[in-house]
Each structure stands twice: as structure tokens, then as C-alpha cells.
Design a protein around this ligand. Structure first.
Ligand code: AMP
Length: 576
């Protein structure tokens, strides 16, 4: 009943529906007028023929003829009466069999169905909802974030400005609600005071308004907002954003870091309470040709080799790993240990890279700036639209698939190609094109949606970085707090209370790495943290360990060792 009332109210509140209802009412009025008129005429013509009938019979006759039922029990004998019968019949067909059903469906039934569907998109969240995440957009980042939120047990809602948008999401199984983004009332109804986070990834100015409005109502809520420019970043910070996401900038820097140049310096990719995670290329160092066990990396620098990147995914390092010039290490250590690593394994032969960037959009330009700051000199950028690369002397204007343009950009001499457009289809096409052209080219590609990463790899890219994964992981790190760190490549650093099955045992006999794919990178006991514990380290009976591994490895660890007590882990263990 309550649902019925809300649907009726929605139909009556909607301006178009109100207009439609008026049209339907007018049609019914005309119909009623016609029935009365025909009933009166029936009476008069029957009297002319010498037949006498009651008013009820006249009404009955009109309806049976108009609805084409025509029982034939009351008939006219003369031509005038028969002509009148034909007119009543045709009018009935037009009004009752054509106009009325059409008007009813178009002006009443359809708005009714729409209103009923719209009532499925709530304008208010239940009062008992807690720790939920409010999103203002369903973009590539949100579509990667939502499954993770579900995995970690956070309710979420995507806030839409119109019921139509909310319904479109609802039909795809995405939880949505309706409300004006600039109205404080909306956030009160979304129970912002009980929320875990607000994520706004709309246009910069909308994000500023959303942040400012929400901040008033929830002074301590983590608010993550995206920004397209550094000016917007400053305004968003002033408006009260906890974290301003500049994903294009992050993506540009990440792509630039991955070029093969034989710079063995470690590059920081994450920091978890003083434990630095970095990557470093073996190219050009004395490490090439050695097995990891003979490299003495740990004994000389204290740095732990967690694994290596293989086409963008982490492979846990094995002592027998043969280090080649293509090896890119993922390292864990303190800042000082990493500095020692840089000083110990200096590059002996720097490769002079020649990098060709395709696309001068935000990511392309950020990649260009990042490469400049890494002192890469052999740079060119191909862009179709001259306005986008104004002020970049190395820019070549034209289409990257045209031979003339490629010649101009000296594409043959390029050692690395970075494909940066936001259109995944274009990126797949460009990757296929360039892989056919040059087999020995290092191709790095951006993908906007996670789902296109495997396609780009199959197309021939050596490394694909996903924009959606980068954004969603960064947001998740803020949500999960300082104890957790999820790197863009799906590698997770997480804490676990030392389970009883591990307490008091040597790391070497536990062999966590082989059994689960996770690596223990730190042990914490009574406020003291031991980074990179050696294999003969005996675990204390209480305290916690920090592990690194991809999400599947983390699941295996949780299943096998069943650690307890760390809230985030417990929440997830309950879900699985
Ligand atoms: P965005 O998608 O905003 O990161 O920008 C991508 C940029 O790549 C746009 O400025 C496009 O003009 C440019 N672009 C896309 N395809 C090509 C191509 N085949 N050759 C050159 N530039 C391209």
C-alpha cells in the first residue's frame, strides 16, 4: 500500500505525467459526452420509427454498438436508424478500440511503470546503514572499486542526479540513489555522518561543490576527489578534500618509470609506515647474469627482493631466479637500505632511450613531463590536435598510424613506445599496428578499463597500466587506513596478527612464500618493527607480521594460517 501511494505521488508530482493525466481525463470526458449524445439520438430516432425504449436501454444499446458487441436484440428498421448505427459503431471503434487503449498506455500506464521503477531508486538510505561509501559517479574507477568494496564488506551507493540515471545503474545491479549533488539535504539523506568515505570523480568544479557541501556536514569524513589540473587540486584541498586524486599525473609518472633505460636506481612505489616498497631495473648492473641467491643483495644492502615484475604482475622471487637485463626487481626496505642499494648496484652501462609517446592528452603530457624530469633526452610525442601540445618542442602533429608522421618522429629509432589515449579501442589498434611494425620495441600502454588489460597484452604490449586499478587501489588504501597498501598492479601489503600455528617458529620452516605466494616483509612486536626478517628469524608468540602478495596470495594466506584480530582482515574472512 505504501509502495502504491509513493508511486501515485510520484506520478502526480511529475509535471509531464500530470499533463498526460489531463489528456486522458479529457478523452474520457469526450467519450462520456458522445455516449450521452448517442443515447439521446437513439431515443429520438426510435420514437420516429414508432419504437419506445427506456433511457437505460438507450445507454445499453449505445455501449454494445460502440464496443462492437452488437447483440442484435435491439435494432433499427429504417435507413436513418441504420445510418446512425454505423456512425455509432465507427465512432466506437475509433474511440474505444484505438484512441482509448493508446492514450491509456502512453499517458497513464507507461508513466505509472516509470514511476514504479523510479521508486526503486531511493532518495534516502536506511537509518541503520554504517561504514558505507558514497560515490558521485559510475566511471571506470568506480566500476573497479565497487567489487573491492563488496569484497571488503563496505556497503556503497552511487549518487545520481536523476531517477533515470539511478535506474539505469539499478538495472545493472549497481546500488544507486537519487539526489542533487549540490544540496546538503542529499548528503543528510545519504547518512553522511555514518559513512566511511565520499568519493567524487566528476568534473573538477562539481567535485569542488560536492566536497565543500559534504565537508560542512561531516568534518572528519575522508573525502577523495579527482582533479584534472593543479589549480583544481588547490581549490579542492581548500574545500576540504582529504585526498585529491590526479590520476592522469600518476599514470604519466608510472608509465615513465617503466621505460628500459638501465637506470638501476630504486624508484619508490609505496610506503607503509616507514617500510618502503620500490622497484629497480637490473639492466646495466653487475647483477645481470647472476642467480638471486648469489647476488648478495640482502647481505650487502639489507634490502629484500620480494619479487620481479613480469608484464606488470608480481612474480614472487625464487632463490634460483636468473637475473637478466630485463629483470625489474620489487624491493622492500627502509629508506637507508634502499639508498645503500642504489649506491652498491650502480649502473655501468646506461642505455640511451628514445621514447615515442602517442597522444598528447593529459596522460601523454604528464608522461612527457615525467620523462623530462628523469632526464630522458630522446623524446617525441605524436598528437593529432596541435592545440593539445602547444609549447612542446618535440611534438609532431599528425596521426600516429601514418607512415609520413612516423618518419618525422623517427619511430624506427625508438626504443620505447608509450600509448596514452583514454580510448582503449584506439590503444589496442595502435598496439597491434606498432607490434607488427617493430618486434623489438618496448610497448607500454595505458588502459582505462581493467577489462581491456588482457586484450592489450595479447595485442603485444609489454606492460599495461590500468587507470581504473590505479584509481580504485589508491581510494581503497585511504579507506583501509595506514596499515594496508595496495599497489596499482594489484599487489597488496597487509598486516596479520601472528596466528598460533606460526608462533615461535622459524620463518624458514614455515615457508609461507612457497605455500601461499605471500612474503613476510616485517615483524612487529611491542612497538618494535623488524624489517626484512632473515630466514632463521623465529617469530614471537604475539605481535603481527606484514606480508606482501597479490590478492589471490593474500586469500591463500588467510585460508591456510587463519590469522585473527586485525579488524579489516576479520571482516573479509567473514565474507569468504
Ligand atoms: P586523452 O584521451 O584525453 O588522454 O587524449 C588522447 C590524445 O591522443 C588526444 O589528444 C588525441 O588527439 C590523441 N590521439 C588519439 N589517437 C591518435 C593517433 N592515432 N595519432 C595521434 N594522436 C592521437
Amino acid at each position: 500500500m505504501k509502495g502504491l501511494i509513493s508511486v501515485v505521488t510520484a506520478v502526480l508530482q511529475d509535471g509531464t505525467s500530470r499533463g498526460n493525466l489531463k489528456s486522458l481525463f479529457r478523452l474520457l470526458l469526450v467519450l462520456f459526452g458522445l455516449v450521452v449524445l448517442f443515447s439521446v439520438l437513439f431515443h429520438l430516432i426510435m420514437l420516429r420509427e414508432g419504437q419506445e425504449h427506456s433511457w437505460i436501454t438507450g445507454f445499453y444499446w449505445t455501449l454494445t454498438v460502440m464496443t462492437t458487441l452488437g447483440f442484435g436484440d435491439i435494432t433499427f428498421k429504417g435507413d436513418l436508424g441504420r445510418l446512425f448505427s454505423v456512425i455509432v459503431l465507427v465512432t466506437g471503434v475509433i474511440y474505444l478500440l484505438v484512441l482509448l487503449p493508446f492514450t491509456f498506455i502512453e499517458f497513464f500506464y507507461a508513466p505509472w511503470m516509470r514511476a514504479q521503477a523510479a521508486s526503486r531508486a531511493p532518495r534516502e538510505l536506511p537509518a541503520n546503514i554504517r561504514q558505507h561509501v558514497i560515490l558521485t559517479n559510475h566511471d571506470a574507477v568506480a566500476s573497479a572499486l565497487i567489487p573491492m568494496l563488496e569484497k571488503y564488506g563496505h556497503p556503497y551507493v552511487v549518487l545520481c542526479s536523476t531517477p533515470r540515471d539511478a535506474l539505469a545503474l539499478d538495472e545493472r545491479g549497481i546500488k544507486s540513489a537519487v539526489g542533487d549533488l549540490d544540496d546538503p539535504e542529499t548528503y543528510s539523506k545519504m547518512r553522511i555522518g555514518q559513512a566511511a568515505m565520499l568519493v567524487t570523480t566528476r568534473d573538477d568544479m562539481v567535485n569542488v561543490n560536492v566536497t565543500f557541501t559534504a565537508r560542512e556536514l561531516a568534518p572528519h569524513l575522508p573525502i577523495v576527489a579527482s582533479a584534472g589540473s593543479s589549480a583544481s587540486r588547490d581549490v579542492l584541498e581548500l574545500a576540504g578534500a582529504t585526498l585529491v586524486l590526479r590520476l592522469e599525473e600518476m599514470m604519466g609518472q608510472a608509465l615513465a618509470r617503466r621505460i628500459t633505460i638501465g637506470d638501476s636506481d630504486s624508484h619508490l612505489i609505496g610506503n607503509l609506515g616507514g617500510l618502503h616498497i620500490a622497484e629497480a631495473s637490473a639492466l646495466g648492473t653487475s647483477l645481470v647474469g647472476l642467480a638471486l641467491r648469489d647476488s648478495q643483495i640482502r647481505s650487502r644492502t639489507g634490502v629484500n627482493v620480494i619479487g620481479t615484475w613480469n608484464h606488470g604482475s608480481l612474480e614472487i622471487a625464487d632463490a634460483d631466479l636468473a637475473i637478466t637485463s630485463h629483470t625489474v626487481f620489487v624491493l622492500a626496505g627502509t629508506k637507508r637500505q634502499l639508498e645503500t642499494f642504489d649506491a652498491t648496484f650502480t649502473t655501468q652501462t646506461m642505455v640511451k632511450p628514445r621514447v615515442l609517446i602517442i597522444g598528447g592528452g593529459r596522460v601523454g603530457r604528464a608522461t612527457y613531463r615525467a620523462l623530462k624530469s628523469l632526464d630522458v633526452c630522446g623524446l617525441s610525442i605524436i598528437e593529432r590536435n596541435a592545440d593539445r601540445v602547444r609549447g612542446i618542442p618535440e611534438a609532431i602533429i599528425g596521426d600516429a598510424t601514418e607512415m609520413e608522421v612516423l618518419k618525422q618522429a623517427s619511430a624506427r629509432e625508438a626504443t620505447t613506445l608509450i600509448i596514452t589515449t583514454h580510448d582503449d579501442d584506439t590503444n589496442v589498434a595502435l598496439t597491434i599496428f606498432f607490434r607488427r611494425l617493430r618486434n623489438n620495441l618496448q610497448i607500454l600502454a595505458r588502459s582505462t578499463f581493467d577489462r581491456n588489460v588482457p586484450t592489450l597484452r595479447r595485442a603485444g604490449a609489454d606492460l599495461v597500466l590500468s587507470y581504473a586499478a590505479m584509481g580504485s587501489n589508491t581510494i581503497l588504501n585511504v579507506l583501509r587506513g595506514s596499515d594496508h597498501l595496495l599497489l596499482a598492479e594489484g599487489v597488496n601489503i597487509f598486516p596479520a596478527a601472528i596466528p598460533s600455528s606460526m608462533a615461535g617458529r622459524l620463518l624458514s620452516e614455515l615457508d609461507v612464500r612457497t605455500q601461499t605466494g605471500c612474503s613476510i616483509i616485517a615483524v612487529e612486536k611491542g612497538g618494535e618493527r623488524i624489517t626484512n626478517p632473515p630466514p632463521d628469524f623465529r617469530l614471537p608468540s604475539t605481535g603481527r607480521i606484514f606480508l606482501i602478495g597479490d590478492l589471490a596470495a593474500e586469500e591463500r594466506f588467510l585460508k591456510k594460517f587463519k590469522p585473527g584480530l586485525v579488524p579489516a582482515l576479520r571482516r573479509r574472512a567473514m565474507k569468504s
